[in-house]
Write a protein that binds this ligand. Structure first.
Ligand code: NAI
Length: 345
C-alpha cells in the first residue's frame, strides 16, 4: 500500500451531518491505505461562517489545483439567499455528468436485487438559474419565471458519457427519460439527440429505449428491474435519483459522482440532513460509496472493491447498521466496525 503514488485531493466536510460522515469516511480511507493527500476546505454554510462567503476563493483554488474532491453535503437556503454551491461547483468545473448508481447492499428491504445506474445531465436544463420574479400590484413575487436551456452539444456529451459507460460496464440497456410530449423544445432536443447518437454511433451495442418521466417514476416503483441504466436531463435526474435511492434503502445508501473532462467531485446524493445533524447517527455509507467511486476514478479499483466489500460485510455479516437501516449503530460505531473489517482483509 505504501508504494501507491500520492494523489492530492480537496476535502470539503460540508454542513449538517457532513463533518460527521466525512470524519467516518477519512478513518476508513486511512485504514484502507487510500493514496489521497487532503487539502481541507470549507464551503456552504461553513464557508459563510468561516470566510463570509459560501464558495470561498481558497476552496475554488484548491479544486483548480487538485481537480479532484470529496465533498460533504452543502446547505442551500430555500427560496432566497445564496445560489446552490453544488450547482456553482458543477458549473465552474464543467462537471457535466452526474453518475448516480443505486445498488441493493442490504437484502430483505421492499425491493431486492436493484442494480440501476442513473446518468444525469448536470450543467444545463432548469438548473441554470435564469429565474426572476415579476412584481404586480405591490406583490413582489406575483409571477415566478424560469428559463431552462438544453443545448445540442450538452445533450450529445451526456448521451455519449452514458453510452460509453454502458459499454465499459457491460450494461444491457439505456433508457432516455424525457418529457418531450409537453416540453417539446427543452426536452425534445435531448430525446432527439439521444436517438441520433445511438443510431449513428452506438447501434446494437446495447438496447436503447425511451420513456416519459412521469411513467418512468411510476414504473420505477412498480417494477424497477425492467430498467438497467437511465440517462436524463438535470431536474428529472435529480428527482429520479432520489427515488432510486429510496429503492435501495434510502439516501444513506446513495453515492454520486460529478464528472467533467478536467475535474471530478464525489459526494453523497443526500443533503445536510439538519434533522439529525449533531446527533452522531447519520449513515456514512453514501459518502463511503462515493469515496469508492473516487478510488475507481483514480485507477485504484482494487481499493474501491475492498471498500465496497468491507461495507457489504459490515452491514450483512457483522449486522452493524445505523438507524435509517433499522440498526442501532452510531456513525462512529459503524465506521469503527468497517475499519476492523478492512484490516482483516
Ligand atoms: P436531506 O438529504 O438532507 O435529508 C432528507 C432526509 O433523509 C432527512 O430525513 C434526513 O435525516 C435523511 N438523511 C439524509 N442523509 C442521511 C444519512 N446519511 N443518514 C441517515 N439519514 C439521512 O434533504 P433536505 O432535508 O431536503 O436538505 C437539507 C439541506 O441539504 C438543504 O439545504 C439542501 O439544499 C441541501 N442539499 C445538499 C445536497 C448536496 O450537497 N449535494 C443535496 C441535497 C440537498
Amino acid at each position: 500500500m505504501t508504494n501507491l503514488k500520492q494523489i492530492p485531493a480537496t476535502l470539503i466536510p460540508g454542513d449538517g451531518v457532513g463533518p460527521e460522515i466525512t470524519a467516518a469516511t477519512l478513518n476508513v480511507l486511512d485504514a484502507l491505505g487510500a493514496p489521497f493527500v487532503w487539502d481541507r476546505q470549507v464551503a456552504g454554510a461553513a464557508g459563510v461562517a468561516a470566510c463570509g462567503e459560501p464558495l470561498p476563493k481558497a476552496c475554488l483554488d484548491s479544486i483548480r489545483g487538485t481537480r479532484l474532491a470529496l465533498k460533504g453535503p452543502l446547505e442551500t437556503p430555500v427560496g432566497g439567499g445564496y445560489r446552490s454551491v453544488n450547482v456553482q461547483l458543477r458549473e465552474e468545473f464543467k462537471l457535466y455528468a452526474n453518475l448516480r448508481p443505486g445498488k441493493t447492499i442490504v437484502p430483505g428491504g421492499r425491493y431486492d436485487n436493484i442494480d440501476l445506474v442513473l446518468v444525469r445531465e448536470n450543467n444545463e436544463g432548469l438548473y441554470m438559474g435564469y429565474e426572476h420574479f415579476i412584481p404586480i400590484d405591490g406583490d413582489p413575487h406575483a409571477v415566478g419565471m424560469s428559463t431552462g436551456i438544453n443545448t445540442r452539444q450538452g445533450c450529445r456529451r451526456i448521451c455519449r458519457f452514458a453510452f460509453d459507460y454502458a459499454i465499459r460496464k457491460g450494461r444491457k440497456k439505456v433508457t432516455a427519460v424525457h418529457k418531450a410530449n409537453i416540453m417539446k423544445a427543452l426536452t425534445g432536443i435531448f430525446l432527439e439527440t439521444a436517438r441520433e447518437i445511438y443510431a449513428t454511433e452506438y447501434k446494437d451495442k446495447f438496447i436503447f429505449d425511451e420513456i416519459i418521466v412521469d411513467a418512468c417514476a411510476m414504473k420505477l416503483v412498480m417494477n424497477p428491474w425492467q430498467f438497467d441504466m437511465l440517462v436524463t436531463t438535470n431536474l428529472f435526474g435529480d428527482i429520479l435519483s432520489d427515488e432510486i435511492a429510496g429503492l435501495v434503502g434510502g439516501l444513506g445508501m446513495a453515492p454520486g459522482a460529478n464528472i467533467g473532462e478536467h475535474a471530478a467531485i464525489f459526494e453523497a446524493v443526500h443533503g445536510s440532513a439538519p434533522d439529525i445533524a449533531g446527533k452522531g447517527i447519520a449513515n456514512p455509507t453514501a459518502l463511503l460509496l462515493a469515496a469508492a467511486m473516487m478510488l475507481d476514478h483514480v485507477g485504484c479499483v482494487d481499493l474501491g472493491d475492498r471498500l465496497r466489500q468491507g461495507i457489504d460485510d459490515t452491514l450483512n455479516i457483522d449486522n452493524v447498521r445505523t438507524g435509517d437501516l433499522g440498526g442501532t449503530a452510531s456513525t462512529v460505531e459503524f465506521s469503527a466496525a468497517l475499519v476492523k473489517r478492512i484490516r482483516q482483509v
